[in-house]
Design a protein around this ligand. Structure first.
Ligand SMILES: CC1=C(/C=C/C(C)=C/C=C/C(C)=C/C=O)C(C)(C)CCC1
Length: 294
């Protein structure tokens, strides 16, 4: 299972970061996010076509139109009401990370519980923010003009973690076989805490986002689209996602080039970009999991 490899990659990346200065860690993080991270969201259109009933041209045009419309609406929200956009972005991401994480391990009873997914995802994000509070606030302030008090992050983490843990324990009471899985999940939270505390914000985010979200998500997408997660399936994935991936990369690189001397603008802008695509991506992936679980 990929999770064992992910643990090794996580600690290897953490060890590696000891040899890199902060700017190099940031560069490496962006290389991973731009390559694997953006790629895992570049096949959204094939996923909607397969999970909906996008069988004829009219339906496909409608779906592509809705997708582009959502990206434009989300970007405008970041421009007009950045604080609202950021809160929605964080909540949707929390749900999306949680859904991917728990669907992967087949935690039977909770495979369709949006509250559980959101609480879990939110606890992980709040842990990341709390353990990198100054860096997080620098980005949040650049996006919205406000900053988050550390108490909100830590109490938020404790509250969300306690609730999802209670929900999971309730499942363990019904099915004691789940206990081992839950203990492993708690161990993973500890691993994430070590990573978040040790690495810089962007490197810590990249380690979580790539090894614990994007690669597992791509493996699920491969199974959903082509029936298995082989290299052959990956090549087919690349063929259908390649163009969108290259367009996204090229746009990000152009923006980076234009503002290359202003590091403090690129990172917030990058997260706003991620936010704009996350709205549609979350809905599409959720549809995929629902049609998989049916
Ligand atoms: C890390 C981080 C942030 C949140 C990032 C999130 C929530 C990313 C979600 C990405 C997703 C869901 C991608 C698609 O799969 C903030 C708040 C901008 C502040 C700066 C650091």
């Amino acid at each position: 299972m990929f999770r064992s490899i992910a643990i090794i990659l996580t600690f290897f990346s953490l060890w590696l970061s000891g040899f890199f200065s902060e700017p190099s860690q940031q560069f490496l993080a962006f290389v991973l996010i731009f390559s694997v991270g953006i790629l895992h969201g570049s096949n959204d259109l094939s996923i909607i076509a397969k999970s909906g009933d996008g069988s004829n041209l009219k339906q496909i045009t409608y779906m592509v139109g809705t997708y582009i419309g959502t990206v434009i609406a989300a970007s405008s929200l970041f421009y007009v009401l950045p604080q609202v956009a950021l809160i929605v972005f964080i909540l949707l991401s929390a749900y999306h990370f949680g859904e991917q994480h728990w669907n992967c391990i087949e935690w039977g009873p909770r495979n369709k519980s949006p509250w559980f997914f959101s609480l879990y995802g939110l606890s992980i994000l709040l842990l990341l923010f709390y353990l990198n509070m100054d860096e997080t606030n620098a980005v949040i302030a650049a996006l919205t003009g406000i900053s988050v008090p550390p108490s909100i992050a830590i109490y938020g983490f404790i509250a969300t973690a306690v609730v999802w843990l209670a929900m999971a324990l309730n499942d363990v009471l019904k099915d004691p076989k789940l206990l081992l899985k839950l203990l492993y999940e708690l161990f993973l939270v500890l691993v994430f805490a070590i990573v978040f505390k040790t690495a810089t914000l962007i490197w810590a985010f990249a380690i979580y986002f790539i090894y614990w979200h994007s690669i597992p998500s791509m493996l699920e997408q491969l199974k959903f689209l082509y029936g298995n997660a082989s290299w052959r399936a990956f090549l087919r994935y690349m063929r259908s996602a390649g163009l969108i991936w290259i367009i996204s990369l090229a746009s990000l690189l152009i923006v980076y080039y234009l503002i290359r001397d202003k590091d403090d603008i690129f990172i917030p802008l990058f997260f706003a970009f991620l936010g704009a695509i996350t709205f549609a991506h979350t809905v599409i992936m959720s549809k995929m999991f629902h049609s998989q679980n049916e």
